[in-house]
Design a protein around this ligand. Sequence first.
Ligand SMILES: Nc1nc2c(c(=O)[nH]1)N[C@H]1C(S)=C(S)[C@@H](COP(=O)(O)OP(=O)(O)OC[C@H]3O[C@@H](n4cnc5c(=O)[nH]c(N)nc54)[C@H](O)[C@@H]3O)O[C@H]1N2
Ligand SMILES: Nc1nc2c(c(=O)[nH]1)N[C@H]1C(S)=C(S)[C@@H](COP(=O)(O)OP(=O)(O)OC[C@H]3O[C@@H](n4cnc5c(=O)[nH]c(N)nc54)[C@H](O)[C@@H]3O)O[C@H]1N2
Ligand code: SF4
Ligand SMILES: [Mo]
Length: 692
Amino acid sequence: MMTERIVSTTCPFCGVGCKLDLHVKAGQILKATSPYDAVVNHGNLCVKGRFGWDFIYNSQRVTSPMIKRGGRFEPASWDEALDLIADRFAETYRQHGPDALAAFCCAKATNEDNYLLQKLFRAVLRTNNIDHCTRLCHAGSVVALQMAIGSSAMSNTASECVKSDVMIVTGSNTAESHPIIALQMKEAVRRHGVRLIVADPRRVEMVDFADLWLCQRPGTDVALFSAMAHVIVRENLINRDFIEKRTENFETYVKTLEEFTPACAELICGVPAEDIVRAARLYATARRGVIYWALGIPEHTHGTENAMSLIHLALLTGHIGREGTGLNPLRGQNNVQGASDAGAMPWHYPGYQPADDPAVVEKFARQWGAAPAAHRGLTTTEIVSAAGAGRVKAMFIMGENPLMSEPNLHHTAQCLQKLEFLVVQDLFINETAELADVFLPAASLLEKEGTITNTDRRVQRVRTVVEPPAQTRPDWTIVCDLAKRIETKLGVARSAHWDFQSPAEVLNEMASLVPAYAGITYDRLEPEGLQWPVPTTNHPGTPILFTDTFPRGRGKFHPLVYKPSVESPDAQFPFILTTGRVLYHWHGGTITRHSQIDHAAPEPLVEINPSDASHLHIEDGQWVRVSSRRGAIELRVRVTDKSSRGVVFIPFHYAEAAANLLTNDAVDPVAFIPEYKVSAVNIEIVTERSEA
Ligand SMILES: Nc1nc2c(c(=O)[nH]1)N[C@H]1C(S)=C(S)[C@@H](COP(=O)(O)OP(=O)(O)OC[C@H]3O[C@@H](n4cnc5c(=O)[nH]c(N)nc54)[C@H](O)[C@@H]3O)O[C@H]1N2
Ligand SMILES: Nc1nc2c(c(=O)[nH]1)N[C@H]1C(S)=C(S)[C@@H](COP(=O)(O)OP(=O)(O)OC[C@H]3O[C@@H](n4cnc5c(=O)[nH]c(N)nc54)[C@H](O)[C@@H]3O)O[C@H]1N2
Ligand code: SF4
Ligand SMILES: [Mo]
């Protein structure tokens, strides 16, 4: 009998980045634990880290490349599959030019995987049409932070919350989406006396720990937070020294605050004026105030403005650049921060270097041998539309599932069906892969080496805990193999740019191009990773950003006006639908619905407030039909005061009642993020359905 060994890696689920010790015997994972001295999670794990990793053993895992013939997938060899892709991509490139191609990168895969996929599309296929789920996620936060301070990552380290005096947590169901950070916040409140303000239209678990719950109407954050800013200015609670030394445009901004009186804001957002005043005083008079936020802020057609209204609070009070303060957008996927750092975005090369800056283009062309023309590529939602219009003809999707995660799925499906050629590289044939011409089976995060970057910028190792099953291969090796074949088909001189012996070498190349990663090497990541920026090989990493200055120099105030959501409730669609997550499931469900933890939340439920339910004569557990202007789904009701009146919640994890059939694909005009958090819907009882 082989003895048990323990392999230390990083959890493959969320951006918290917990350390996971996997106990392996006879090549099989037996259980997960975590060491008590783990710097991120102190030995704690949520249910996904503890029990959710078994998806890798699910019998539906695809373990051979597949080519679709006559409408059905048939197993193929790697040579056949990769040659076919190289042929078709080269043909599309020659006939229709670089921008007829596009790629979705993968925030679940490693920095190295993503760096290489964007490099393939930029250096060989010469297009910037590269994006990933960050667009559907914090795009509004990223754009606002870039405009205001010139950097978009979390400014501080999550575990510092115990050092704060006052926390604002908004648009974040922290206990279900970032459970281990929620644990630290709960400890901050209960053991360290930190005051908590939760601003959220749902009665999420963190409300139980809050001093003050601001229950705003969805989509009204600009009014709420600008009214807090109004109070801070009116009562002279501003940090004048900070404003003078470190910000600009304050005078212009302040004039626009006049109309945002708490009384006016109350009419828009529904939060009592006196609570707005209390919240403003609490945050502004704290020695160390901190703001955490997630998707309730950016996933709106005015998501950038929402995020900006929060950023203003920190600029007014100087609650940034010190321990226990900061602007902290909680990033979601295990590696969405890293995929963004690695350049999996249409407007930026690795390290946020602008794709439309000729000097940047020259720098990368010199390193890689070639690069696209100096213009921005298309975002995810634009790529989908361009596919629908026939402008994008061939696509590579590495580990994303747009046919569950994009808004307005009927429209998304129509668009993607128009592609002439689609490649999906994933673990399972998910809803998107059903449409593919070629499927490439990837090794999971537990079956390969690499690095991922968590929400507080900590670059950490992942390891081969068990060998990849059958013919599955790590993404980075597949991408290198494909790149060489495409170069050959295009007649580009074979370069040495794809002959990496290990992901460590890939990271070295990325580090040579990305200043924030310059000092990161694999051997420095033992035992607990490094927080970027790490400018040199003896730099210890940076837990707190912006201590002296912002990347753009001064923090800039941007005057705001309140804009309503695209849809508001009316006679035909009288409820606001908000969508999001539950603790046990992951996005489109591809991994968690193939795990034992599916049993804990096996069916979709629409959450509705007791008074709305009684008004509609609906009881808990009853089947209803929820419809919007774009589609309809049927599912069971959960009657709960977690939903406020007039607002219903549906998680988007369940293909049998896909919430995104209902959502609106209207996007924020600057960040291009869809309005997932507000659609108008109707609810009717389903009578003909027997309760099976
Ligand atoms: N279990 C689990 N955890 C996850 C994920 C998962 O799929 N499952 N996904 C990960 C990813 S990629 C991400 S990005 C994060 C997302 O993490 P969260 O953003 O916490 O997840 P959501 O469920 O979308 O919650 C959004 C929150 O915003 C609130 N909200 C809705 N509308 C508004 C509004 O107009 N204003 C404000 N202020 N709040 C509003 C909702 O009530 C809810 O509390 O979670 C990560 N963690
Ligand atoms: N209605 C609504 N829709 C939303 C949101 C919302 O709040 N409401 N949130 C949005 C947000 S924040 C996000 S981040 C997106 C997420 O949207 P997606 O990224 O499309 O969703 P996932 O289900 O996480 O897809 C990840 C895929 O990667 C595969 N995978 C896992 N590991 C690997 C790997 O190592 N290699 C490869 N090649 N594949 C792998 C999985 O099997 C899965 O199919 O959804 C967005 N959509
Ligand atoms: S909090 Fe996130 S990283 Fe930690 S165990 Fe849970 S899913 Fe994994
Ligand atoms: Mo996300």
